[in-house]
Design a protein around this ligand. Structure first.
Ligand SMILES: [Zn+2]
Length: 389
């Protein structure tokens, strides 16, 4: 791979013919049309998020004559260059010169490029950038791109995979799953965590269809001219979740839905009953892990381990029962501490173990542990009364 360092390209040159696509959120071209700012293996523009602090910082750096770092171009031909690294910085420059955002001046006033003093404008436009033009085979360039990872925001795994397996399949996949204008994003967000710009949805779709082998799947389908299988599978999973669980709960977001779909989609569920059970479990104060509710129900409501229910084991109950009963008998009072405080006939009643239930002295909802020290046995009536508080 050959690299040539260019030191004479200015911000003005770069911004000549700059096109920013509002809809897709990306800078497209520059250098009088010779430069492709976002080739398909690049990620979407993310410097504008986070209140635009990053893009403002790029402009402030230029004004203060701070270096904004090396930029890499992939030289395809004399008239055709692609940005390998520096897309975010170049898009910031282009967007600023096109009056797409403002910076704050010394007096904290918003300042757009067109409203700036001529000398400041000139300073920005005449700033020279440090650019490496690289020439090499596609695989050399991609291998290198995988290794550098030097941009301000580190690439996430899926962004790297998109770079490595760039081609028609990635292009189509990103159009569907990495496009913030896609009206389905809101629905998908109920089940999938992460940001559309950082490829969270594309990654999940690939993860589901490939059963976790994203790398292999992308390699096999790299030159496919459609993403039908990917889309169909993804939609099947989403439709399945929303038909089984008619309510959307925040704990559903980020669960292993692909895995759950594989395991349970051939089982029949009654959505009305499922909904009632979800509500019942959500109202149960002894359930520690609400995220486990969905798999618990899918599995036939048997695996209570998924719920991490805070209960006392039988051995603890027996130990506490024996201690309480021995003491109570000595004092001639009921072995239910609440009954013992009362004035009715139960104040001296010795309940059997089966007539009592374990209770948290300090409620678990207030941080009380499910340990023997925090356990007391109450008669069933008092236990229920306490549980409802
Ligand atoms: Zn009692």
């Amino acid at each position: 791979m050959n690299t040539t360092l260019k030191t004479d390209i200015t911000v003005k040159d770069i911004c000549d013919g700059f096109v920013y696509n509002e809809l897709e959120g990306k800078g497209l071209f520059g250098l009088s049309g010779k430069l492709t700012i976002q080739p398909e293996y690049q990620r979407n523009y993310i410097y504008a998020s986070d209140g635009g602090k990053k893009e403002m910082a790029v402009i402030e750096s230029v004004l203060k004559e701070y270096p904004i770092g090396l930029i890499y171009f992939n030289k395809i031909s004399d008239n055709n260059l692609e940005v390998l690294d520096g897309q975010q910085r170049i898009t910031s420059l282009g967007r600023f010169v096109a009056d797409k955002f403002a910076i704050k001046d010394e007096n904290d006033m918003e300042q757009y490029f067109s409203g700036m003093a001529e000398d400041k404008k000139a300073k920005i436009l005449e700033t020279k950038l440090l650019i490496y033009e690289c020439e090499g085979t596609e695989s050399q360039i991609k291998e290198w791109f995988k290794t550098i990872n030097i941009s301000g925001v580190p690439l996430v795994a899926q962004e790297l995979l998109n770079a490595i397996y760039s081609g028609p399949f990635v292009t189509l996949g990103k159009e569907e799953f990495s496009n913030s204008q896609n009206a389905n994003i809101q629905k998908w967000s109920a089940y999938i965590k992460g940001s559309v710009n950082r490829q969270a949805f594309f990654e999940r779709a690939l993860d589901w269809v490939s059963k976790g082998n994203i790398d292999d799947y992308m390699s096999i389908h790299r030159y496919d001219k459609n993403i039908d299988e990917l889309k169909t599978y993804f939609n099947s999973v989403i439709d399945w979740i929303s038909s089984v669980f008619t309510d959307v709960e925040s704990e559903m977001c980020g669960l292993e839905w692909g895995h759950l779909y594989e395991q349970y989609h051939q089982k029949a569920y009654n959505p009305t009953k499922v909904s009632a059970e979800v509500h019942k479990l959500y109202a149960d104060p002894y359930i520690k892990n609400r995220k486990g509710i969905f798999e618990f129900i899918l599995g036939g409501s048997v695996d209570t381990k998924l719920l991490e229910v805070r209960i006392f084991d039988e051995a603890t109950k027996k130990t506490i029962y024996t201690t309480q009963t021995t003491k109570a008998k000595k004092k001639g009072k009921s072995n239910c501490p609440h009954c013992a405080l009362g004035h009715d006939t139960n104040k001296e009643k010795i309940w059997s173990l089966a007539e009592m239930d374990a209770d948290h002295v300090e409620a678990w909802s207030k941080g009380g542990a499910t340990s023997i020290k925090n356990c007391e046995m109450l008669c069933k009536t008092h236990n229920r009364a306490k549980g409802n508080r």
